[in-house]
Design a protein around this ligand. Structure first.
Ligand code: SF4
Length: 473
C-alpha cells in the first residue's frame, strides 16, 4: 500500500558508512533505497576525522541533496536518516541525524524506533539541568551519553544505551568512529554490509544492493559495534532478550527485495498469500493485490488457489508527494488520486482483493468502492495479516486504539463498513509459521503486540505513541 494515503507508517530508515572516500554520495544512494521508510525529511552528517558536517532538510532525499552539496560535505565516514512524521508538524529541528557539538567533540545520531521510557528519562535529565531542543527520543540518548559518569567515550555510550527501553536501531558518528547499536529485543531490522574495505550499516539490505555492497550479517539484539581506523569490533551493552522483530516489517514496511535475517521479504509475503488461500477458499474469477506491498501476497494467493492473478489496480506514480491529510475526506481523496482500477480486468468479475492490513478501514472502503464502480460484481477482501487491535509503542504509527477499526468492531461489522462481499484475515499462527523464522519459542522471534496485545517490553504509564508525540509539538 501507499505510505502517503494510510495511517500505518514507519518512523524512519538509517544508513551509515565508514572508510570510503565517497561516503556522502554512497549514503545519499543508501537513503534513496530507504525512502519508503520516511518521506518527510532526510539528513546526512559526514566526518573527515576533524569535523562533523551536516546537511539536512524537509522533503524527499532528492529534494534535500544536490550533487554540489554532497561534494562539499567530503569525509570518509557518514551516517544518514530518512524520517516519517505524522500530520501536526514535523520541523527541521527533528530531522535527523541530530548533531551535538561540545568542547569535547561532536556527536551525530540517527535512530529508528521509539523508546517507551523517553518521557521518564527526559524528566530525569531536565531535573538535572538538561535543556532539550527537539521532541525526538534521539536527543534523550545524546544527553544520557554526555552526562554519563564513565571515563571512556565507548563506556559512556554503552551506559546510555543500557538505560533505554523500547525499540532502537542507532548509528552514532563522531569525528573518529562510527558506533552501531540495536535494542535488546531486536525490534527493528539492522544489517551490516561491506563495500571493499568500507563498513556499512542499514535498516534494510536493499540499501546495500543499490550501492553494490555485500551483506555481512544482521546486528544482534543488545549488540554494540565500534568501527574506526582499527576496523570493526563487536561488543555488548546488554544481554539479548527474546528476539521480537517487528512482524509488520515482513508484512508491509520493508521493500520486497530486502532480506531480514536471511528471509527475503517478497518470498515471505508470497507464502502469506499461499497460506491465506489454504485458510479460506473463495469462488472468484480473478485475484488482485493493492500496490505495491500486497502484490507478492496476491501472487501467492493466486498460485495456491489456481485463480488467475491480474493487475486490477494500478498506482499513479506521478501524482507527486502528498502529505498525509488530517481529515477523512481528504484522506479518501488521496486514495482516489493514487490508485486506479483497471476496468477491463475487473468489469463483470468476482474479484479477490489482497491487502496487507486494515488500520482505520477508510482506505479499504475506498478501494472496494473503486473496484465496484469499475464493474466488479463481487469484491472479496483478504488480508495477509491478522486484525490490528492494539497500538504500537515501538515506532510504527498505527493510530490509537480508538481509531483502529479492528479494536472496536467484529470482522462482520468491518466487512459491512468497508462494503466488501467477504472479509478474511490471516491467522496469527499461519502468519508466524509462513514468514519462516526459526527462533525458539512460539512467537519464532516476532513482535506480535499489535495483533495480540502482548508487548515484548514493559509499557510505561507515560509512554507516548509516535502519533501523539507529533501532535503534541
Ligand atoms: S506492535 Fe506491531 S507494528 Fe509495532 S513493532 Fe510490534 S509487530 Fe511491529
Amino acid at each position: 500500500m501507499l505510505a502517503e494515503i494510510r495511517s500505518l507508517n514507519e518512523e524512519c530508515g538509517v544508513f551509515g558508512i565508514w572508510g570510503h572516500e565517497n561516503a556522502a554520495q554512497i549514503t545519499y544512494y543508501g537513503l534513496h533505497a530507504l525512502q519508503h521508510r520516511g518521506q518527510e525529511g532526510a539528513g546526512i552528517v559526514t566526518t573527515d576525522g576533524r569535523t562533523l558536517k551536516p546537511v539536512k532538510g524537509e522533503g524527499l532525499v532528492n529534494e534535500v541533496f544536490t550533487p554540489e552539496k554532497l561534494a562539499k560535505m567530503g569525509g570518509t565516514g557518514a551516517i544518514g536518516h530518512v524520517r516519517y512524521a505524522t500530520a501536526g508538524g514535523s520541523g527541521i529541528e527533528n530531522v535527523q541525524p541530530l548533531l551535538f557539538n561540545s568542547t569535547t567533540g561532536g556527536l551525530a545520531i540517527s535512530h529508528n524506533g521509539n523508546l517507551v521510557n523517553a518521557n521518564h528519562l527526559r524528566e530525569h535529565l531536565e531535573r538535572q539541568g538538561s535543556i532539550f531542543q527537539t521532541t525526538s527520543d534521539t536527543e534523550v540518548l545524546a544527553h544520557l551519553i554526555k552526562r554519563s559518569g564513565y571515563e571512556s567515550f565507548e563506556e559512556k555510550i554503552k551506559n546510555a544505551l543500557s538505560l533505554l527501553k523500547g525499540a532502537f536501531a542507532c548509528a552514532i558518528l563522531t569525528e573518529e568512529a562510527m558506533y552501531i547499536a540495536l535494542d535488546p529485543h531486536g525490534l527493528r531490522p539492522f544489517s551490516i554490509g561491506k563495500l571493499g574495505d568500507a563498513w556499512l550499516v542499514a535498516s534494510e539490505t536493499c540499501a546495500f544492493d543499490i550501492v553494490g555492497a555485500e551483506f555481512v550479517r544482521s546486528v544482534e539484539p543488545g549488540e554494540f559495534i565500534i568501527i574506526d581506523k582499527e576496523g570493526m569490533r563487536a561488543e555488548r551493552f546488554a544481554y539479548p532478550n527474546d528476539r521480537s522483530i517487528c512482524t509488520m516489517e515482513y508484512v508491509y514496511f520493508s521493500r520486497p527485495d530486502s532480506d531480514i535475517d536471511g528471509i527475503n521479504v517478497h518470498s515471505a509475503r508470497k507464502r502469506l498469500g499461499k497460506q491465506l488461500a489454504k485458510e479460506i477458499q473463495i469462488d472468484a474469477d480473478v485475484v488482485t493485490g493493492v500496490p505495491d506491498s500486497s502484490i507478492s501476497a496476491a501472487i501467492g494467493y493466486s498460485e495456491e488457489s489456481g485463480i488467475p492473478y491480474e493487475l486490477g489496480l494500478i498506482k499513479n506514480r506521478y501524482v507527486g508527494r502528498t502529505f498525509i491529510q488530517p481529515s477523512q475526506d481528504l484522506r479518501e481523496q488521496g486514495v482516489k488520486m493514487k490508485l486506479s482500477p483497471v476496468r477491463q480486468v475487473v468489469d463483470g468479475k468476482r474479484v479477490i482483493m489482497v491487502d496487507d492490513s486494515i488500520v482505520r478501514g477508510t482506505t479499504s472502503r475506498r478501494i472496494v468502492t473503486l473496484l465496484k464502480e469499475a464493474g466488479a460484481t463481487e469484491v472479496h477482501v483478504v488480508i495477509s495479516s491478522p486484525p490490528i487491535k492494539n497500538p504500537c509503542f515501538y515506532g510504527i504509527d498505527t493510530s490509537t486504539s480508538g481509531e483502529l477499526i479492528a479494536a472496536n468492531n467484529t470482522v462482520e461489522e468491518m466487512r459491512e463498513q468497508i462494503g466488501a462481499d467477504s472479509l478474511t484475515f490471516l491467522s496469527v499462527e499461519g502468519m508466524v509459521q509462513n514468514i519462516g523464522r526459526t527462533d525458539p519459542g512460539s512467537k519464532c522471534g516476532h513482535c506480535l503486540a499489535c495483533f495480540t496485545g502482548e508487548y515484548p517490553t514493559d509499557i510505561y504509564p507515560d509512554t507516548v505513541l509516535p502519533h501523539q508525540k507529533e501532535v503534541s509539538q
